[in-house]
Design a protein around this ligand. Structure first.
Ligand SMILES: *[C@@H]1O[C@H](CO)[C@@H](O)[C@H](O)[C@H]1NC(C)=O
Ligand SMILES: *[C@@H]1O[C@H](CO)[C@@H](O)[C@H](O)[C@H]1NC(C)=O
Ligand SMILES: *[C@@H]1O[C@H](CO)[C@@H](O)[C@H](O)[C@H]1NC(C)=O
Ligand SMILES: *[C@@H]1O[C@H](CO)[C@@H](O)[C@H](O)[C@H]1NC(C)=O
Ligand SMILES: *[C@@H]1O[C@H](CO)[C@@H](O)[C@H](O)[C@H]1NC(C)=O
Length: 511
């Protein structure tokens, strides 16, 4: 399915007296107004339509800006290349500095682990977004592009989201970088590049449900990340509570709070129910996940060490008002990705398949979520028709580990399929198990506190705990994976751990 893409080029120069798309945040150099252009791209069809720039602004009166029309040219007749040539040599000339300081810097993995994407925000438009980086100081330069994000709230606040890719990074090297534009630079951060080799053993922090308020795990994550204990982070849905609140200021605050983590290691995310507002637009705009052009950021996959990670959007099954199209699209995408992953040559290189998504298939919390019932939507599909359920697909595709959040607690399951336990053996349930293993880690900390459990869980429930905390996941090699849960209430104690050991990986039904 090809997503309709609308690229809107905004040129802040004088066109003609009819020109009305004026950004009131800018003031212009009347001597030479052709010195500035800003490119914004709109990638997401329907949700972004409402943010059509010309529509939003067309009625705003032209009171603050006075254009010099006499010598204007009609720039709308230029093509993209010609517009790029308009990039000024000294872009600051002609722009008043308003609120162009870069903030909320965060990293993500790009099309492959040798590429990092840096994303940040400014409240005013800026000249070309740029990162300066390198192993021995900030000696290289990479430039990127800017997307205008208009919040769906009452004030329709504008945010400028900048994205730059750092490509062909040399494995396992410490890089320093800063990003911004000629109107302002971030502080200097650093990261350690990832290793594209399949024999590399990455360590990740994994959690869901982290808010601005009561974010109990945050100090631990900040400390550990800056001590280089993690190669990447998986945040499995529910951010800030909620990013759209206070005209999006809660989202800004959250992105600032995670900067001490996310500016140092790739911060890989999935959408949760708290991201629902305006068709998940805060989530879509604020993060840049791999190949987001195809999947709108909502689901994606990447390979890291011997693992193929797959992030899924469970919310599509619940917010049906946004259309069933996205459920179908994701399901078809998953079928293809899992088929490809199971080609012998691919499974030999990336034997582990680990999925993560917000709402679990199974849980035993007492909050009435559908995972406590027999048929959750993620597990068995849409209500009544039971279409597009994921349990069968994941079972038949030999998914090894399924990570979830949403429940504000930690729960580890015995290998399970259709409510039945498939231990490897009684004495070693996680050695060559005959079904996927599920783990829920959704208690990173937020203002909704933690959840309690029902008294008598089903036989698949192996361990439960409601402390605030987060998980560490280490994939040692093709056969051994280790996971543990840290309690932020017990000063970082490990409250649970397990080894998943597999001599062979592949579809379970064939065994
Ligand atoms: C328009 O361009 C001409 C020729 O370059 C120049 O002499 C004139 O001053 C310009 N007019 C304004 C209003 O800038
Ligand atoms: C990784 O992606 C970049 C583009 O982002 C490309 O230049 C590079 O060749 C890719 N590397 C590998 C190993 O595929
Ligand atoms: C919400 O987003 C999805 C995915 O882009 C799209 O298919 C759907 O039409 C959108 N729904 C609305 C109501 O905007
Ligand atoms: C699975 O293994 C665990 C640990 O040995 C055991 O407690 C549990 O009863 C087993 N479940 C089944 C159904 O065999
Ligand atoms: C994988 O790692 C485990 C745990 O460190 C180790 O016992 C095992 O020998 C390793 N296997 C291989 C093939 O290196």
């Amino acid at each position: 399915m090809i997503i309709r893409q609308a690229i809107i080029l905004l040129i802040f120069i004088s066109f003609s007296s009819q020109r009305k798309t004026i950004d009131l945040l800018l003031s212009y150099n009347l001597e030479d107004p052709t010195r500035y252009q800003l490119k914004t791209s709109y990638g997401f069809d329907d949700s972004r339509k409402q943010h059509d720039y010309s529509k939003t602004d067309s009625d705003e009166p032209n009171t603050e800006n006075h254009f010099d029309d006499e010598n204007s040219t009609d720039e709308s007749s230029l093509n993209d290349e010609e517009l790029d040539l308009l990039q000024p040599e000294n872009p600051t000339e002609g722009i008043s500095v308003l609120y162009a300081q870069p903030e909320q810097i965060h990293l993500s993995i790009g099309t492959n682990v040798s590429t990092f994407v840096v994303t940040w925000q400014t409240m005013s438009p800026t000249p070309v977004p740029t990162c300066k980086y390198g192993r021995n100081g900030m000696i290289k330069i990479a430039t990127g592009d800017t997307t205008l994000f208009i919040d769906g709230g009452k004030e329709k606040l504008k945010r400028y989201i900048h994205k730059v890719q750092l490509e062909n990074l040399i494995p396992q090297q410490k890089y320093v970088y800063h990003c911004g534009s000629s109107l302002g630079w971030s502080e200097e951060f650093w990261f350690k590049s990832l290793d594209p080799s399949e024999s590399w053993a990455p360590t990740l922090a994994v959690y869901g449900d982290l808010g601005n308020i009561n974010g109990r795990s945050l100090p631990y994550l900040q400390e550990e990340t800056q001590r280089s204990r993690f190669d990447a982070i998986l945040h499995v849905g529910d951010f800030a509570y909620d990013m759209r609140d206070a005209e999006g200021e809660v989202g800004d605050q959250f992105m600032r709070q995670i900067e001490p983590i996310a500016a140092y290691v790739p911060y890989m995310v999935s959408p949760g129910n708290h991201e629902e507002a305006y068709n998940f637009s805060h989530y879509r705009y604020r993060f840049n996940m791999p190949n987001s052009e195809e999947t709108e950021n909502l689901f994606y996959e990447f390979k890291l060490g011997p693992v193929q990670f797959i992030s899924i959007n469970t919310e599509a099954y619940y917010f049906l008002e946004y259309g069933i199209k996205i459920v179908v699209k994701q399901y078809m995408w998953l079928v293809e990705v899992l088929k490809e992953a199971n080609k012998p040559e691919n499974r030999a290189r990336w034997p582990w398949i680990i999925t993560y998504g917000h709402r679990p298939m199974y849980c035993s919390d007492d909050d009435g979520d559908d995972c406590t019932k027999r048929s959750s939507r993620v597990r068995s599909g849409l209500p009544v028709v039971n279409w597009f359920g994921l349990e069968n697909l994941f079972y038949e595709s030999g998914v090894d580990l399924e990570i979830w959040a949403h429940e504000h607690s930690y729960e580890r399951l015995w290998p399970v399929y259709e409510h039945k336990v498939y231990n490897g053996s009684n004495s070693a349930p996680y050695v060559n198990p005959n079904a996927p293993v599920h783990v829920i880690s959704g208690s990173a900390g937020c203002q909704e506190n933690t959840d309690r459990f029902i008294k008598h869980p089903m036989a698949w429930s192996a361990f439960r705990n409601s402390d605030y905390g987060y998980a560490r996941l280490k994939i040692l090699n093709h056969t051994h994976l280790y996971m543990e849960q840290v309690s932020a209430e017990k000063e970082g104690d490990i409250i649970d751990s397990f080894w998943l050991i597999k001599d062979q990986h592949g579809p379970y039904s064939k065994k």
